[in-house]
Design a protein around this ligand. Structure first.
Ligand SMILES: CC(C)(COP(=O)(O)OP(=O)(O)OC[C@H]1O[C@@H](n2cnc3c(N)ncnc32)[C@H](O)[C@@H]1OP(=O)(O)O)[C@@H](O)C(=O)NCCC(=O)NCCS
Length: 186
């Protein structure tokens, strides 16, 4: 059985993973959600105005009432900046599997933060939540995302053609990855 604890604060060497609060809206919008370099790799497009981010962050904050909601803001300890977000979603209570998604602001790419955040939620997901399998997918134009999946021990399981259609109406082929709890905990 999956143990749901909501979204507790997790800490790594350089990061604090924590719940978003409504005061995070400006950082959420400025640091990644309005930036096409970041959102090009996601299904939903960039936010054009801060009101879209107000609505999204308000929804996230309200969803924390649900114990099954796992959505962390990624805060950089050194500066206090909110630099991205990472979440578990699509929990399947029959298989006890879920998926993980992550986003970092462009300014903070390629400094190991994505890997560090993914490791932290995987540790929490497998050791404390008792998730059976964590899966993820990235479009093949976005190799950095696949790289961090590999770096935390996820294995590529296949490639799905036209798995997503992004906000620019482009179909993308995606590589799918996964890792089992028993593989992680060896
Ligand atoms: C995917 C993402 C979270 C990665 O975060 P990050 O903090 O930059 O990742 P890390 O620094 O931990 O690792 C990135 C790795 O990708 C590698 N990389 C970067 N660009 C690459 C490229 N074009 N081709 C191959 N490898 C690449 C880096 O060299 C690094 O590997 P290394 O440590 O072995 O050198 C970040 O790029 C991002 O937010 N992208 C936009 C949103 C997104 O794509 N989300 C995932 C959707 S599936």
């Amino acid at each position: 059985m999956i143990n749901f604890y909501g979204t507790p604060t997790l800490e790594t060497d350089r990061l604090i993973l924590r719940r978003l609060v409504i005061e995070d809206v400006q950082s959420f919008f400025t640091n990644w959600m309005s930036d096409e370099r970041v959102t090009d790799n996601l299904i939903k497009g960039a936010h054009k105005s801060i009101s879209e981010s107000v609505e999204r962050v308000t929804n996230i904050v309200n969803e924390y009432e649900d114990q099954e909601f796992c959505y962390w803001g990624i805060e950089l300890k050194a500066t206090g900046d909110l630099i991205g977000a990472i979440d578990f979603y699509h929990f399947d209570l029959t298989t006890e599997n879920c998926e993980v998604g992550f986003t970092l602001g462009y300014e903070w790419w390629n400094q190991g933060y994505g890997t560090e955040a993914l490791k932290a939620v995987m540790e929490f997901g497998f050791r404390h939540m008792n998730i059976h399998k964590i899966a993820a997918a990235h479009n093949i134009d976005n190799p950095a995302s696949g790289k961090i999946m590999q770096k935390v021990g996820m294995k590529q399981e296949g490639l799905i053609r036209h798995m997503i259609r992004n906000a620019k109406n482009q179909y993308k082929d995606c590589a799918v990855y996964g890792i089992f709890q028993e593989e992680y905990l060896v």
